[in-house]
Design a protein around this ligand. Structure first.
Ligand code: NAG
Ligand code: NAG
Ligand code: NAG
Ligand code: NAG
Ligand code: NAG
Ligand code: NAG
Ligand code: NAG
Ligand code: NAG
Ligand code: NAG
Ligand code: NAG
Ligand code: CU
Length: 574
């Protein structure tokens, strides 16, 4: 044996060298397997103990870390004994795998208790993305996390840093998703109200001294709710990947005494600009650069606060800890309070400041083949409170659209196509509508495959006088170019002249500011059925969504694992 090895040794060396060269010259796309068990747990993220939904016992869930081009395989076991489940991979376009988008009623049947569903998709672009539950109001129950996709090794990013850190923001309710869902779908209407806490990396601080609290339910010294500590080495630069998965709140994030340089938005490079605070709307991600260049003899506060709605939720605090100071030592200062909640001008200005990085502009089609204007309104329907788009409040069908369209099940959803516009001449966006009643439908928009589509989101007054809310709109299956933002009613002839066709940022989530408009453009080139919806959990639940279909005929056989409900309840393809 030894003799054999000796004689063939040179050959082995050559062979190994050959393998090494082959590997070095070609970066192999890899499969990354995850086994997730989704369970209920008692946790105290803001010191208040409640039932939450966890992945392998954790909330926020584990971060998926991959390289561009990798295939992610998540074997998801639904161990919630009394609840369905679906998980959406937010910002991943699911090219060639529309059935893995994780949107219950759109791309799959719910995953039943005890069942295991396998999500399999390619992360085709580097960047900062998210995942979260997408069934009922489940997103707010604690199932959420990051997906971080790295560039190929030979790729140079347009900025440099020493360390990569993650900050996920959320708002937090003490009521269960069921109680909230029941309130929202009742007469009289039971609004979810303002969240009890904000969380930074799953940690917040509810006031455990409130006399109304039962004993044993809230413990301010529970280590689960000790503030998150971001430890930094003096002089180094940190890339903070920040994402928001708030259910309701628009947020601002800042670090006391430090500016932040914005460099990435929803996985696309931004022409860098410096801010004191960054606004995040639910579903958005940003990378900012933080230079640890201040007086290093002390710690600093990091805070997040509610904007756009009059806050009654305390700010969440975290600690920026300069090494080697003690990590637990609270900063000697009063925490900053964050920007004024009602400074709409500052928020609009920051939205307008986000442009594609000069070296990373994705060329935009010069014009659209179709323009869809979507009026956002709060409404009533038979006494129930709803949100509607062009006077249609979306009701999700029992048979998922993807299945119904592929197998031509015409009874599975309303075949009426919703309108491309609203009566903009006569609709007063600044006042409560004269008739607040809406219609409801499960009808969808059919887009010509490979066409270019503009969507103008138009905000309006709610059912309360002098009130218009911020709506973060998220598109599944695509990134869109952000053409512009404005105040008041969109004027086709005037405002389309102001579209940024030079260096628009591409994103998957964008805010619609109060009493304003937001214009986006996308290329309908990803065969599938895709939600476009307000990322406020309760607004989506109340119908604030549309559905786009494109190129369904290009899809092959659907995986049988997405069947099992509605007209496919026997798990057979029709
Ligand atoms: C990086 O490597 C990949 C695969 O070898 C190649 O396709 C790509 O063109 C390279 N990119 C750059 C910027 O060199
Ligand atoms: C917590 O509640 C107690 C009792 O109402 C009150 O005295 C205290 O000021 C509150 N603490 C904070 C930080 O709001
Ligand atoms: C609160 O939590 C701390 C830390 O875990 C523990 O030592 C203490 O006993 C708890 N207090 C109560 C009332 O449960
Ligand atoms: C942050 O930026 C502002 C405005 O550009 C500037 O005035 C301030 O000095 C900067 N602060 C730090 C700590 O760099
Ligand atoms: C913003 O709200 C504060 C109170 O929260 C109020 O004092 C102020 O007048 C408001 N500013 C504007 C511009 O409405
Ligand atoms: C709106 O709906 C309510 C309840 O369904 C009805 O009573 C009312 O007449 C409707 N209003 C208008 C203007 O149609
Ligand atoms: C919306 O639909 C309802 C019910 O058909 C109708 O009463 C109302 O006038 C419509 N509103 C608008 C703005 O078209
Ligand atoms: C899709 O559209 C692009 C331009 O928008 C065009 O270059 C391409 O040829 C089209 N592909 C198909 C299959 O029509
Ligand atoms: C709404 O704002 C207008 C001025 O813009 C004011 O005249 C009116 O009183 C306000 N109404 C309410 C209910 O606050
Ligand atoms: C749009 O702006 C033009 C030019 O200011 C004006 O003439 C037109 O009436 C406006 N259209 C609407 C619908 O407001
Ligand atoms: Cu909304």
């Amino acid at each position: 044996m030894a003799e054999f090895l000796k004689n063939t040794g040179n050959l082995w060396v050559l062979f190994c060298l050959f393998i090494a060269l082959a590997c070095a010259s070609k970066v192999e796309a890899r499969f990354r397997h995850y086994k997730w068990d989704v369970t209920y747990q008692y946790k105290s993220p803001d010191c208040f103990k409640k039932l939450i939904i966890s992945i392998n016992g954790e909330s926020p869930g584990p971060t998926i870390i991959a390289d561009q081009g990798d295939t992610i395989v998540v074997e998801l076991k639904n161990s919630l004994v009394t609840e369905n489940l679906a998980v959406h991979w937010h910002g991943i376009r699911q090219i060639g795998s529309p059935w893995s988008d994780g949107t219950e009623a759109v791309t799959q049947c719910p995953i039943l208790p005890g069942d295991t569903f396998i999500y399999k998709f390619v992360v085709d672009r580097a960047g900062t993305f998210l995942y979260h539950a997408h069934y009922g109001l489940q997103k707010e129950a604690g199932l959420y996390g990051f997906i971080i996709v790295a560039n190929p090794p030979n790729f140079t990013e347009p900025f440099t840093y020493d360390y990569d850190q993650r900050i996920i923001l959320n708002d937090w309710y003490h009521k269960s998703a069921y109680e909230q869902g029941t309130g929202l779908s009742s007469i009289p209407f039971g609004w979810v109200g303002e969240p009890q806490s904000l969380l930074i990396n799953g940690r917040g601080k509810f006031n455990c001294s409130l006399p109304s609290l039962k004993t044993g339910v809230c413990n301010a010294s529970n280590p689960e709710c000790s503030p998150y500590v971001l430890a930094v080495i003096p002089g180094r630069t940190y890339r903070l990947r920040i994402g928001s998965l708030a259910s309701l709140s628009s947020l601002s994030f800042e670090i006391e005494g430090h500016n932040l340089t914005v460099v990435e938005a929803d996985g696309h490079y931004v022409e860098p600009f410096v801010v004191k605070n960054i606004y995040l709307y639910s579903g958005e991600t940003y990378s900012v650069l933080l230079k640890a260049n201040q007086d290093s003899s002390r710690n600093y506060w990091a805070i997040t606060n509610v904007v756009s709605r009059k806050p009654s939720t305390p700010n969440a605090l975290a600690i920026l800890n300069y090494i080697p100071n003690d990590a637990q030592t609270l900063p000697p200062t009063v925490p900053p309070t964050g920007p004024l909640w009602n400074d709409t001008t500052a928020r609009l200005a920051q939205s307008l400041a986000i442009k594609a990085h000069g070296g990373h502009i994705i060329p935009i089609p010069a014009k659209a083949d179709r323009t869809i204007v979507l009026l956002n309104t709060q409404n009533k329907l038979n006494g129930y409170t709803k949100w509607a788009i062009n006077n249609v409040s979306l009701t999700l069908p029992h048979t998922p659209y993807l299945i119904a369209l592929k197998y031509n099940l015409k009874h599975a959803f309303d075949q009426t196509i919703p309108p491309d516009n609203y009566d903009s001449e006569n609709y007063d966006i600044f006042n409560v509508a004269k008739n607040v009643n809406t219609t409801s439908s499960s009808g969808i928009y059919r887009l010509k495959f490979n066409s270019t589509v503009d969507v103008i989101l138009q905000n309006a007054n709610t059912m309360n006088a002098n009130d218009s809310e911020t709506h973060p709109w998220h598109l599944h299956g695509h990134d869109f170019w952000v053409l512009g933002f404005g105040t008041g009613k969109f004027n086709v002839s005037e405002d389309s002249k102001k579209f940024n066709l030079v260096n628009p940022i591409t994103k998957n989530t964008v805010p619609l500011h109060n009493y304003g408009w937001t214009a986006v453009r996308f290329h309908a080139n990803n065969p599938g059925v895709w939600l476009f919806h307000c990322h406020v959990e309760s607004h989506f639940f109340l119908g604030m969504s549309v559905v786009f279909e494109e190129g369904i005929e290009k899809l092959g056989e659907l995986p049988s694992t997405i069947l099992g409900c509605g007209e496919t309840r026997n798990h057979h393809r029709p």
